[in-house]
Design a protein around this ligand. Structure first.
Ligand SMILES: Nc1nc2c(ncn2[C@@H]2O[C@H](COP(=O)(O)OP(=O)(O)OP(=O)(O)O)[C@@H](O)[C@H]2O)c(=O)[nH]1
Length: 128
């Protein structure tokens, strides 16, 4: 199945199929960009479940995770610490600033805020 098929499945609303084929790409990825709708707190548990599955997969053990806290333009959006808590990343994420992880065996994982609709925020994450 190609990436195009995967996106098509996702667009058709078949998230189950889309998530299932993620595995086909694990050996080719340099990093994971994980987008969370931070304004939809009801979905955090489901998002945590998917993220846990990725974080615990051996084939992604060395891969950096760049987590996007999307929809920050919405006033009720979860704050960074709140999202970190709900996603179970409290002792996991690399905090702000430069941290040297060489030889530490810690996977670089960081949360960045963004608003996709306003085209802002995600650039910092890509630079990271
Ligand atoms: N306010 C705001 N809306 C956004 C932003 N990014 C995407 N959207 C809107 O969110 C809507 C997409 O809904 P979502 O529910 O987040 O998308 P989805 O995950 O594909 O759909 P569901 O699985 O049904 O949740 C679209 O109307 C987008 O325009 C953002 O940064 N801010």
């Amino acid at each position: 199945m190609t990436l195009l098929h995967m996106l098509k499945d996702a667009m058709l609303g078949d998230h189950q199929i889309a998530c299932h084929v993620w595995k086909d790409y694990y050996d080719k990825v340099d990093g994971i960009i994980y987008l969370v709708d931070a304004a939809n707190k009801e979905r955090f548990a489901k998002s945590k479940e998917e993220l846990d599955g990725l974080l615990s997969d051996d084939s992604l053990a060395q891969v950096p995770f760049f987590i996007l806290r999307n929809k920050i333009d919405i006033p009720i959006v979860a704050l960074e610490d709140e999202l970190r808590y709900y996603l179970g990343l409290s002792s996991y994420t690399t905090r702000k600033g430069k941290v040297n992880l060489t030889g530490s065996n810690i996977r670089p994982t960081k949360i960045f805020m963004c608003s996709i609709i306003h085209k802002m925020g995600y650039g910092d994450g890509f630079k990271w």
